[in-house]
Ligand binder design. Structure first.
Ligand code: HPA
Length: 279
């Protein structure tokens, strides 16, 4: 087991590295998930740093993730975007995949918008649809907060009564309505992956109360809430997971479906950050 001290030092090292290099540090950060780096193209980039060049940041091993940290403007609002993320299925621990979120917290980021690609189990959801994450279920069997608590970061037993801030969800719903963007709202369940689920697993997960399933996000949200960062989350449905009628899917299908959501998701995020910024 890595000691908490090693992890704290890695976070502090990456934080110091970025503080030295970033001309300014936005209050809002965005994590762009699988196939959603196109959303990042809407950002007017001031600075871009490759994850590989940031000490302690996990190296991304999946081609669909480019792995850069961007500082720029989305609409008129300064944002810091993490383009791509590390996953547990790549062999990283929950602490390792969430190191960038710790660094965001240490840099003073106050709001984190997470996004991901997911399988839609709710029968009303279609590939290319967007879901506002209302709540989550952690089925990864791992937790970035396990082990000794570093009290400077947050409490031993962080509250999870409203992990995806209802005030931010309210803004997202309002903006979606104004923009005419259909937006589901539901529960995300996280699994390790990397395999997609069996029919029996989709049945079980939806019986548990989840609307969508994916392989990321929850560890990041746990760390963000531990540090009292406000969180908003969007899932893009990339495959329809009806256990009685299950088609096989490939990563290309996932990326193509994510691409369908690029424009509306970018518009939604851009309007949401501007509303958060001015509130
Ligand atoms: N299951 C888990 N993760 C996913 C899926 C899925 O069906 N689709 C995209 N990410």
């Amino acid at each position: 087991m890595d000691s908490i001290q090693t992890h704290v030092e890695a976070v502090e090292g990456a934080t110091a590295f970025l503080k030295e290099r970033l001309a300014s540090i936005p209050e809002i950060a965005i994590i762009l998930g699988t196939g959603l780096d196109g959303v990042g193209e809407q950002i007017e980039v001031y600075q871009e740093i490759r994850n590989d060049d940031i000490p302690g940041f996990p190296k991304l091993t999946v081609q669909s993730h480019s792995g850069t940290l961007i500082v720029g403007k989305l609409g008129h609002v300064p944002v810091l975007a993490l383009n791509g993320r590390a996953h547990l299925y790549e062999g990283y621990s929950a602490k390792e995949v969430t190191l960038p979120v710790r660094v965001l917290g240490a840099l003073g980021v106050q709001t984190l918008i997470v996004s991901n690609a997911c399988g839609g189990m709710n029968p009303a959801y279609r590939a290319g649809d967007i879901m506002l994450i209302e709540d989550h279920i952690n089925l990864m069997g791992a937790n970035p907060l396990e082990g000794p608590n570093h009290a400077t970061w947050g409490p031993r037993f962080p509250d999870m009564s409203d992990p995806y801030a209802s005030s931010l969800r309210h803004i997202a719903r309002e903006v979606a309505q104004e923009e005419g963007i259909p937006l589901h709202e539901g529960v995300y369940v996280s699994v390790v992956g990397p395999n997609l689920e069996t029919r029996a697993e989709y049945r079980m997960l939806s019986t548990m109360g989840a609307d969508v399933v994916g392989m990321s996000t929850v560890p990041e949200v746990l760390v963000a809430r531990h540090m009292d960062i406000n969180v908003l989350g969007f899932s893009v449905i990339t495959d329809e997971c009806d256990p009685d009628n299950l088609a096989s899917i490939s990563i290309e299908d996932v990326l193509a479906a994510a691409e369908m959501a690029r424009e509306p998701l970018a518009r939604l995020m851009s309007r949401v950050v501007s509303r958060i910024h001015s509130s």
